[in-house]
Design a protein around this ligand. Sequence first.
Ligand code: DC
Length: 228
Amino acid sequence: MAKPLHIAIDGPAAGGKTTVARALARRLQLLYLDTGAMYRALAYLALHTGTEVDNGPALRRLCEEDGIRVWLDPEAPLGFRIFAAGAELTDAMLQSPEVTAIVSTIAAHPAVREAMVAKQRALANGSGIVMAGRDIGTIVLPDARVKIFLTATVAARVERRREQLEGSGVHASLARLTEEIGERDRLDRNRAVAPLVPASDAHVIDSSDLSVKQVVDAVIAIVERTVA
Ligand code: DC
C-alpha cells in the first residue's frame, strides 16, 4: 500500500503556517494539525494547575497523563479538537496573552518535546496529514514527502498576528506584538533542542508579499511535482 502523504509546514511565529496548512489540507483532503496548539494547550494547563514553567518533568507528566488530547476532526472550528484535562479549548483560550507569554519557555524543555513528538507521530501514523509547527520536517516527520519552510518579514508577521488575534477577540498593540514576535523568534531559534531551522530538504517560501491563495497554489505545485 502507498505510504500516506505527510506534508510538513514549518516556520517562525505568525508566518501564516496554520492558515496555509489548513487550506492545503482542505484542498488535498488530508487531515490537519497545528502542533503549536498542543504546546499552547500545555501552557494553558500549566497556568490552570499552577505548574511552574521551569519544571520540565512536571510539565511532561501533565502532558502524558492524558492531560493533552487531540482529535483530528476537519469539521471542528480549528480543524482539529484539543482538550486539556478533559475540557475542550477554544482558539481564544489558546491564543490568550497569558498563554503566549509562557509557551516558548514551556516548549524549550526536552522532556516536554519528547512527549509532544511521540503524540504527534502517533497522530500522523497511517494517515495523510498536513502538520504545521517548528520541527515537523526536521524531527517529528523527517520522512515527510513534502517539507515547506514558510518565512515572512517581521512587519508582515506582526500585521498577520494582529489580524488573527482580532479574529479571536483579543486586542494587541503593534509595538507589543513586534516585541513579542522578536522574543519568540529568539527563543525558538536559540533553544538547545529542536531549534527552528529549515530541514535541508525543505522548500523555503517567503510569504511577505503573497496572498494565502498564492502560497497554497505554490505549495500545491510543489506537491504535484513531488508526488508525480
Ligand atoms: O505556532 P505557535 O505560535 O502557536 O507556537 C507556539 C509555541 O510553540 C512557539 O513559541 C514555539 C512552540 N512550538 C514548538 O516549539 N514546536 C512546534 N512544533 C510548534 C510550536
